[in-house]
Design a protein around this ligand. Structure first.
Ligand SMILES: Nc1ncnc2c1ncn2[C@@H]1O[C@H](COP(=O)(O)OP(=O)(O)OP(=O)(O)O)[C@@H](O)[C@H]1O
Ligand SMILES: O=P(O)(O)OC[C@H]1O[C@H](OP(=O)(O)OP(=O)(O)O)[C@H](O)[C@@H]1O
Ligand SMILES: O=C(O)c1cccnc1
Length: 490
């Protein structure tokens, strides 16, 4: 049953564009090139936190935006008031119909630098107009899904709850961050609106204020046990974990047990995690509550979780907030949106952006991506960016090479190749059905399992190969050589 509630299309984000996308649109129209078909690629250059891969997220919100692109009378009135646009352009916007083709890597896939996560093909005015929304949507959710995946990976089988809304960067940071966190592997979110919007599990414990409201901690625990006898999880660090919270929790757990209920456990939100959880585990076990869980929270991230688990901390699950929802260790996901081709007389002409900085040179042309797996192990070896009209025959040997250090090569024999991207819009019409967030989470976990351990490593992961087919490489170098010759005499 799809129980997603449609509370997301209640605002119009059409105007969430950088102003230059409109001024360029105005000028494209004036120059008579507004309808020229162009191609843009969205890609990123570096995995945050020195990681080996990112988790693709945000496609469903991009779809929501693209489905409903239209300019209202107020939008037109406002744009007219800036004095920057011709009436012809304003009229174009007033009658705007989205007609682009869009391809994207489905949410949940591990993705790597320099491969086009999204490609837009369409009239120059339209394709240009999408730059900001493609970037803000995919950059944000991919960043948070990636961070969540790091955190969940160190937590292993222990569930991680997303607790970050209060410290997120604004409402959307909280809502879509919660969605991305679940895609990355969080078991639940404390964000109730996100739960309602995306049909993702919501959960929570209690705040210190619950305990403070009562005259004694014991009284507050009893009241909670009364309200939630079968889900009684008590926060035990308001006054003193070992001398007050823990003994009071055990008293209340015994009372619950006598009444035939099974207490859930405790949460600790301060103090030395390793020391306290060992003591608490021992006391709960000795009191006859070996199944009572220990939940830990308080400025956690993958590094702290890894350290305390290595020290033998006794933890069943984690609540992780600020460092996850803000991707605090590296809060910028540097995805970019670059023009890669134009169409003239039905032919696709590659375009390139050149830079002294090699990593800033774009990969020209309209392309497709194959993910290549070692057949027996079912593990990914490389992504191969091919020209749109190439197809890989994975029954034949394939030599792939590093696009910069071209002498580094590999000849693959026992491999299989899968196309990575799906078309999500065809001539402006939606042609893709997004999976549910729960399905995406499961898919992400399966796809991460198809990566070699070297790529998953936290420190110095293996640099996953994102190579260019010979045809794409030749196209790129022909363009580079042409420009180099053009500039050599200057
Ligand atoms: N991008 C690539 N595509 C195909 N084969 C590659 C690529 N990079 C390296 N190789 C080949 O993989 C093998 C391992 O290469 P190498 O030992 O240089 O490590 P590496 O993968 O380049 O990474 P690093 O140098 O960071 O350890 C070599 O046979 C090399 O030629
Ligand atoms: O630390 P985070 O990873 O963001 O996890 C969420 C935090 O939010 C709550 O704290 P609260 O807002 O009550 O403030 P506190 O720091 O005083 O506990 C909760 O008790 C956690 O400590
Ligand atoms: O449910 C909780 O325990 C919770 C939720 C958000 C932030 N801190 C704690």
């Amino acid at each position: 049953m799809d129980c997603r509630f449609d509370v997301r299309n209640d605002r119009d984000l059409t105007m969430l564009v950088d102003f230059y996308e409109l001024t360029m649109g105005n000028s494209y129209l004036e120059e008579g090139v507004g309808d020229q078909i162009v191609y843009f690629d969205m890609y990123f250059r570096r995995v945050p936190d020195g990681g080996g891969y990112c988790i693709m997220a945000g496609v469903d919100q991009l779809i929501d935006y693209l489905k409903d692109l239209h300019f209202t009378e107020d939008d037109i009135k406002y744009l007219r008031s800036t004095g920057q646009f011709s009436e012809k352009f304003l009229d174009y916007l007033a009658h705007f119909t989205f007609t682009c083709d869009v391809w994207a890597i489905p949410e949940g896939y591990p993705v790597f630098p320099n491969e086009p996560l999204v490609t837009v093909r369409g009239p120059a005015i339209q394709a240009q107009l999408l730059e900001t929304m493609v970037l803000v949507t995919i950059n944000h959710q991919t960043l948070i899904a990636t961070k969540a995946n790091r955190i969940c990976r160190v937590a292993g089988k222990r569930p991680v709850m997303e607790f970050g809304s209060r410290r997120a960067q604004g409402y959307d940071g909280a809502i879509y961050g919660a969605r991305a966190a679940v895609i990355g592997g969080c078991s639940a979110t404390a964000n109730t609106l996100a739960g309602m919007m995306f049909d993702i599990p919501v959960s929570g414990t209690m705040a210190h204020s619950w305990i403070q409201l009562f005259d004694s901690e014991l009284e507050s625990f009893r009241a909670w046990a009364n309200a939630y006898p079968d889900q009684c999880l008590l926060l035990i660090d308001t006054y003193n974990v070992l001398k007050s919270g823990l003994p009071n929790a055990i008293t209340v757990f015994r009372e619950l047990k006598e009444k035939g209920h099974k207490p859930l456990g405790i949460r600790i939100d301060s103090g030395d995690i390793t020391y306290l959880t060992k003591k608490v585990r021992k006391a709960l076990d000795e009191a006859g509550f070996p199944e009572a869980v220990i939940v830990i929270s308080n400025s956690l991230d993958e590094h702290i979780i890894k350290d305390v688990l290595a020290e033998g901390a006794q933890i069943n699950s984690f609540g992780v907030g600020e460092r996850l929802i803000t991707a605090r260790s590296e809060p910028v996901f540097g995805g970019v949106y670059k023009m890669v081709a134009v169409e003239k007389d039905g032919k696709i002409i590659p375009r390139i952006k050149i830079s002294e900085n090699e990593e800033k040179i774009t990969n020209p042309g309209f392309k497709k991506i194959y993910r290549i797996y070692e057949k027996d192990a079912d593990k990914a070896i490389a992504d191969l960016i091919c020209d749109y009209d190439e197809s890989l025959d994975d029954s034949r040997p394939l030599t792939i090479f590093d696009p910069v250090y071209t002498w580094k090569k590999k000849t693959l024999v026992n491999y299989k190749a899968e196309l990575l991207r799906k078309q999500i819009f065809s001539s402006g019409k939606l042609c893709y059905e997004s999976p549910s967030v729960r399905e995406i989470q499961k898919f992400a976990s399966q796809q991460v399992d198809r990566q070699w351990a070297e790529v998953l490593r936290f420190e110095n992961p293996h640099n996953y190969y994102v190579d260019l087919s010979r045809k794409v490489w030749d196209k790129k170098h022909n363009l580079l050589n042409n420009y180099s010759e053009e500039f050599s005499g200057k």
